[in-house]
Write a protein of this length. Structure first.
Ligand SMILES: [Zn+2]
Length: 123
């Protein structure tokens, strides 16, 4: 279900409606109004589904927060690499941020390090 479909559709219908009204096309006007009515009905259904999901989510979230305090700390940045407390080595920030992979970087020279996975040079 794409929640924006009926909204986009009714916007298009509104444009058609103003054309139909301007050209005094009564039967076309009636058709468009009945389409708009069913679109609005669909939007109402979608919104009420979303409302239920939001209520559910916020219920779940408040219980989750109470049970588990956030333990994932953001890694520290050093020499352009991430270092994790309790782990030795310099890790590629790009691989960690994009894929959640901890890739140990290797030293290229005194100023630069390189990631063996994504080949980005870090300093
Ligand atoms: Zn990388």
């Amino acid at each position: 279900m794409d929640i924006f479909d009926p909204i986009n559709h009714s916007q298009a219908l509104l444009e058609q409606l103003s054309v139909a009204i301007n050209s005094n096309n009564e039967s076309e006007t009636k058709t468009i109004i009945s389409s708009l009515t069913s679109d609005l009905e669909q939007i109402k259904t979608n919104t009420s589904t979303l409302q239920q999901q939001i209520t559910l989510l916020s219920k779940n979230q408040s219980t989750t927060i109470k049970q588990t305090p956030i333990i994932i700390a953001k890694p520290e940045l050093k020499s352009g690499c991430y270092i994790f407390s309790g782990e030795k080595g310099f890790f590629c920030p790009r691989c960690y941020d994009n894929h959640g992979n901890k890739v140990a970087t290797s030293r290229l020279n005194s100023k630069q390090r390189i990631c063996p996975a994504c080949r980005s040079s870090l300093k």
